[in-house]
Design a protein around this ligand. Structure first.
Ligand code: GRG
Length: 303
């Protein structure tokens, strides 16, 4: 199976699992179920769940065991996009090629749908895979800790807080400081969840600690490459391909890799990240897995 076919096959499984994992009436009001579904099924790339399943597979595990974690990570990612688009944050009206949730359902419902997706992610992680096997229960508990750490104040929420601060013109520093600060901010804001996706897959796949640590380090490189390419696409991309408003970061005066290093150097940096990720995966003995192909996909994507 070539990578494109692999990606499509995994995505189809993920779409079905996401729909099955989402609460629906009568357990919850139709309004919040509709709002969650609107954002969740708007056609994202499913990078985090694909990475999670590929990681479980790469370490010799059963990807089905990692599917609840894969879905939980996409729930959390979707919540972060809903909240990031709110008027109080990035105030964006387009996401994944559609009007943002607060535009169609109102700010209150967008806040609630984000809150619900975050909470349901942890309900799912605690519930599935259903098992009494102590070894699998231990993996589930470990994954809950990894995902919570990545989503919380030391992870994605912390990164978003740094981003809010960096958007204030009076906080702009010297170029060297900006580069370090930018890297630190993205490591938390987007890197933490991408790392958690790969680590959760490796944990549920039954990898040992050395392999989990290398997968995690490789995913940190993938996360940085992803962000660098995101910045480049924000400059180069057309709204129709991106599914969101392009050029927003530059217009908002936010520091970006494209602005700091230029497009060509930024692309070279992203490629170097993928080379480092490949080296780490090779050290872990899983150099020829789908994880490597996911790295190439990240740097070569157009949206
Ligand atoms: C509101 C707590 C809170 C956090 C928001 C991740 C994040 C933090 C905000 C997203 C803002 C943004 C556009 C960041 C750039 C990188 C990124 C996460 C892009 C969107 O992820 P993709 O490209 O989206 O994986 P799809 O739609 O394909 O899932």
């Amino acid at each position: 199976m070539d990578f494109h076919q692999y990606l499509e096959a995994r995505r189809a499984e993920i779409e079905a699992a996401l729909a099955a994992a989402l609460p629906s009436p009568p357990a919850c009001p139709a309004s919040v179920a509709r709002a969650m579904l609107y954002s969740l099924t708007a056609g994202g790339k499913r990078l985090r769940p694909v990475l999670c399943l590929a990681s479980a597979e790469a370490v010799g595990g059963d990807p089905a065991q990692a599917m609840p974690a894969a879905c939980a990570l996409e729930f959390i990612h979707t919540y972060s996009l809903i909240h990031d688009d709110l008027p109080a944050m990035d105030n964006d009206t387009m996401r994944r090629g559609r009007p943002t949730l607060h535009v169609v359902a109102g700010e209150g419902m967008a806040i609630l749908a984000g809150d619900a997706l975050l909470t349901e992610a942890f309900a799912l992680l605690a519930r599935e895979p259903v098992t009494t096997d102590p070894a699998i229960v231990a993996r589930k508990v470990r994954v809950i800790g990894v995902v919570a750490g990545a989503a919380g104040a030391a992870g994605m929420v912390g990164g978003q807080a740094l981003d809010l601060a960096a958007s204030e013109p009076e906080h702009a520093g010297t170029p060297a400081f900006e580069a370090d600060a930018l890297r630190a901010m993205h490591a938390k804001k987007t890197g933490a969840l991408i790392r958690a996706a790969a680590s959760a897959g490796a944990i549920m796949g039954g990898a040992d600690d050395t392999v989990i640590a290398r997968v995690d380090a490789a995913a940190a490189e993938l996360g940085l490459a992803f962000q660098i390419v995101d910045d480049v696409l924000d400059v180069e991309g057309a709204a129709a391909t991106l599914g969101k408003t392009p050029g927003k970061d530059a217009t908002a005066g936010k520091p970006t890799y494209a602005a700091l290093y230029g497009i060509d150097e930024a692309r070279r940096m992203a490629a170097a990240c993928i080379d480092r990720a490949d080296a780490l995966l090779a050290e872990a003995g899983i150099g020829h897995s789908r994880l490597s192909e996911i790295g190439r996909w990240i740097v070569n994507r157009s949206h």
